[in-house]
Design a binder for this molecule. Structure first.
Ligand SMILES: Nc1ncnc2c1ncn2[C@@H]1O[C@H](COP(=O)(O)OP(=O)(O)OP(=O)(O)O)[C@@H](O)[C@H]1O
Ligand SMILES: [Mg+2]
Length: 311
């Protein structure tokens, strides 16, 4: 059994173990498709996208008019680009929107070894010979899902161009190896995300790719809203959440002055979750905030000082 077949097996076994729409196996975040394993064949009788339905409402705290804008963009099937720093809510937002629009969501974590075949599909060898296996992009286009390419700049540009015919008026996906052209299902939409801060010139998107998308900018929400999110997600009280947000704001001022990025909402939720488990706030902040973000001794001291100001 080669690696791909093994991974397919594992993914199928996981799917089979999960009752429809009821367990973590069907939770939105678990629906990420490893781009290198197009784990797409649905059990007999099941809709090919059944595993990708977002069955439970993901918590989304609106921060502006992003929901209405996204709905308008979806209504004209405009491909969308979500930009923003790590851990600020891009993935959660697309999960929420997929739920709100009632569309399945196929998420692909992009990486530099990803090939066009990983997205589009390939022939697999099995006991009965060869059979075609749709990749996540082909699956989404064929049956009508929102396809979310996470961190798309990580993929090589020759991989990224396969999305071009899907993201202009043609809305089609040629499967060259199979000799088929998929006309995108009316429900299909492509969404990509990236973190503008991490881009180097080598890792930017081509203009011809960028200019096919509408874009929404994401950032860490303002103080009160971020505290509300942290409290909701972790179970700590609002006062504690506000203290954590103060610490994060201090760290964000250090961006470019020794820190590559400030503390993200995700990190605050980590720290808050430890506190909610009974870990002392100082220890929780050290483990979940200070140590992960920097190895620089002075920077750790500066962040520790911010922590002790509030706890
Ligand atoms: N507006 C919001 N409403 C609800 N939860 C939010 C919001 N913003 C951030 N979060 C929380 O922050 C966490 C991190 O967000 P998410 O995973 O979506 O980040 P991301 O922008 O996709 O990061 P990355 O670029 O690293 O993938 C979420 O799991 C969620 O708990
Ligand atoms: Mg994400």
């Amino acid at each position: 059994m080669n690696t791909l077949t093994r991974r397919l097996y594992a993914a199928r076994a996981q799917q089979a173990a999960a009752p429809l729409g009821a367990t973590t196996g069907r939770m939105p975040t678990a629906a990420t498709t490893p781009a290198t394993a197009a784990a797409t064949a649905a059990p007999a009788g099941e809709h090919p996208l059944a595993a990708y339905r977002v069955t439970r409402e993901p918590y989304w705290r609106a921060v502006g008019d992003e929901v209405a804008l996204y709905e308008a963009a979806y209504s004209v099937r405009m491909p969308m680009m979500l930009k923003g720093p790590t851990g600020c809510g891009k993935t959660r937002f697309v999960e929420y929107m997929a739920w709100k629009l009632g569309k399945p969501l196929i998420t692909v974590a992009c990486h530099e070894d990803m090939t066009a075949s990983d997205l589009v599909g390939r022939f697999l060898l099995d006991a009965n010979g060869t059979r075609w296996q749709d990749g996540p992009l082909a699956l989404a286009a064929r049956y009508g899902a929102i396809c979310y390419l996470d961190e798309v700049v990580e993929a090589r540009q020759d991989t990224t161009v396969v999305i071009h015919p899907l993201t202009d008026k043609r809305r089609m996906l040629p499967l060259e190896k199979k000799g088929e052209v998929i006309e995108a299902h009316p429900d299909f939409q492509l969404v990509i995300s990236f973190n503008p801060g991490y881009q180097s010139l080598m890792k930017d998107l081509k203009q011809s790719t960028k200019q096919r998308f509408g874009a929404l900018d994401f950032d860490y929400p303002e103080h009160e809203v971020e505290a509300e999110i942290v409290a909701h997600e972790s179970g700590v009280d609002l006062e504690t959440a506000k203290k954590l947000v103060h610490i994060a704001e201090r760290s964000r001022n250090l961006k470019g002055h020794g820190l590559d990025e400030g503390l993200s909402t995700r990190m605050l939720i980590h720290a808050a979750s430890l506190i909610a488990q009974g870990v002392a706030p100082l220890a929780a902040c050290r483990v979940a905030l200070v140590r992960p973000i920097t190895d620089d001794a002075d920077m750790r001291d500066a962040l520790d000082a911010a922590v002790t100001t509030y706890f």
